[in-house]
Design a protein around this ligand. Structure first.
Ligand code: NAD
Length: 291
């Protein structure tokens, strides 16, 4: 397993591809953005000009694309990934999409003898850069085993959580917790600021106690400064809350906080913050409280 075709070199895909280069893989990168491809080439990867060019003859193909339509068109579309793979190739989709899309891709792959894993990740841009992502995997145990060298290069923890589509369900659970945590940290910041205490020192204490989290660890400074450069865009979190609510509906579960978090994310978009980091849920809380 030496050559990887990597499609989608954005905020997450670019550092993941670079870490695969560092781990000794030949990484053939493709993205709609020429500058993203050129940056990978300058880091030791191979620049390609089409999906076919990136994946022809590859042992593994990895995709890290924004949402369902991108994955469906890149993988299943005309002149897409599946048209170019030989049987036995491993296709790892790191994108966050619906479980239905992952199952669709897996069954189309199976018809061609291509082994497919859905492997959405958590850890944000920092986790991708440091190669310490958490990877939630749906697929077969044998394919999960075969993908270990790839997972080792980009992540710290990889868990097989069930058959195709299961990784996406766990990722939806992850996004519920992440969105809810941001919304609550935002309210905690406003409470401290409005009460006249030192919110910066307050957050340091929170980060060290039971309320501590990766979000408080990594984002408390930028949130206090109202710096919302992405990171993870509100628009992507909106897509993910749609996956959460759909999964809840299918499981016939009433999840009131999930609706609340989805509403906050929707409000952030309505405020024109779709392109900002999801920590911009603080701006929603400010509007809501009139501060
Ligand atoms: P991004 O928009 O920065 O990157 C996506 C890349 O895909 C872009 O470079 C874009 O040009 C490329 N692309 C789109 N359509 C393409 C096509 N047809 N052919 C080739 N390239 C194409 O997004 P991102 O933040 O890297 O997120 C990617 C996925 O990872 C999303 O599903 C997101 O939900 C998930 N995710 C993101 C984060 C994060 O912190 N940013 C964390 C975990 C998971």
């Amino acid at each position: 397993m030496k050559t990887i075709g990597f499609i989608g070199l954005g905020i997450m895909g670019a550092p993941m591809a670079r870490n695969l280069v560092s781990a000794g893989f030949t990484v053939r990168g493709y993205d709609l953005s020429d500058s993203a491809v050129a940056e990978l080439a300058s880091a030791g990867g191979v620049a390609t000009e089409s999906i076919a060019d990136a994946v022809d003859g590859a042992d593994v193909v990895a995709t890290m694309l924004p949402a369902d339509p991108h994955v469906l068109s890149v993988v299943l579309g005309e002149d897409g990934v599946l048209e170019h793979l030989k049987p036995g190739t491993l296709l790892i989709d790191f994108s966050t999409v619906t479980p239905d899309t992952s199952r669709k891709v897996a069954s189309a792959g199976a018809e061609k003898g291509v082994r497919v894993l859905d492997a959405p990740v958590s850890g944000g841009q920092a986790g991708a850069v440091d190669g310490v992502l958490s990877i939630m995997v749906g697929g077969s145990p044998a394919d999960f085993e075969a993908a270990q060298p790839v997972f080792d290069a980009v992540g710290k923890v990889a868990a097989l959580v069930g058959p195709s589509g299961s990784g996406q369900v766990v990722k939806a659970a992850n996004q519920l917790v992440v969105g809810g945590t941001y919304a609550l940290v935002a309210e905690a910041i406003l409470l401290m600021e409005a009460s006249g205490v030192d919110a910066s020192a307050g957050l340091d204490v929170l980060a060290g106690g039971l309320a501590g989290s990766r979000i408080l660890e990594l984002k408390r400074r930028s949130m206090l400064a109202r710096e919302f450069d992405p990171g993870f865009r509100i628009d992507l979190h909106h897509k993910d809350m749609g996956i959460v609510l759909d999964a809840a509906r299918r499981a016939e579960l009433a999840l009131p906080f999930a609706f609340q978090v989805a509403a906050h994310v929707q409000a952030a978009r309505a405020l024109g913050l779709g392109d900002r980091d999801h920590s911009a849920l603080l701006a929603v809380a400010e509007r809501f409280t009139g501060r």
